[in-house]
Design a protein around this ligand. Sequence first.
Ligand code: FE
Length: 281
Amino acid sequence: MSMRTISHLIKPQTVAEGAGVSLQRSIAPLRSNEYDPFLLLDHFSFRNPRQGEPRGFPMHPHRGIETVTYMLEGGTAHRDSLGNSGFIGAGSVQWMTSGRGILHEEMPRKSERGGVNGFQIWVNLPAAKKMTAPRYQEVNAETIPTVSHHGATVRVIAGQFLETQGPVQEIAAQPLYFDVRLDAGATFTQAVPSAHTVLAYVFEGDGYFGAEQALIPATHLVMFEPGDEIHVRTDSGVRFLFLAGAPFHEPIVPYGPFVMNTLQEIQQAVRDLQNGTFVTA
Ligand code: FE
């Protein structure tokens, strides 16, 4: 077994998206596709009860990707052009495969304590699946298994931790997506396919990551080098999102909420939107 070392760290940048929502962005879709199959990682966290409802993301399209929303506090009200609507509450996940296209609205809602805390990740689709039918996997907080193991508390959203399989299934990128909390003194070890992309988004506390046991404090995204095992330990407690996925090694052309493989496919998406032929249920 080769324990992975750290490739580099990313400090999230504050960006404004949607109707002026302030986000902490660690990954943005770029042609360089350095985090293949992960295209975007946003953390939205607000706490200001004196303001009204946080502004959200009015109707917008997606094509060629999967958008994954995971809420820790508050929620996100959503509805789409196919007639789906619902509420992603605290602890819940929506894994939305846009495929050839949906138009949807995503509106953050504060908790009773006045906070919103959540994540949105975009995962790429391979060329052969970019124009598939849209698909939702909605997972309630109660249905996400939580595994406690020697001071580690792991919510398993996708993939397998120890003997426990996450509820999100049949995703092209074969992802692991865990919410990992380590108590003081605890460790986390996870086997990963050696060529898959592996990321850890550290958002509370601090811990020692990788073979070099580098101390990483919140808030940072850790990108790992290839290898087949990840190791984390902490003295005082840490919480992080753990992500792994199979890279597709295909060229990408991102354009706003679309990520396709060629410029022609982007131009087609824009034409479909203009012609009213974008959504074909
Ligand atoms: Fe969206």
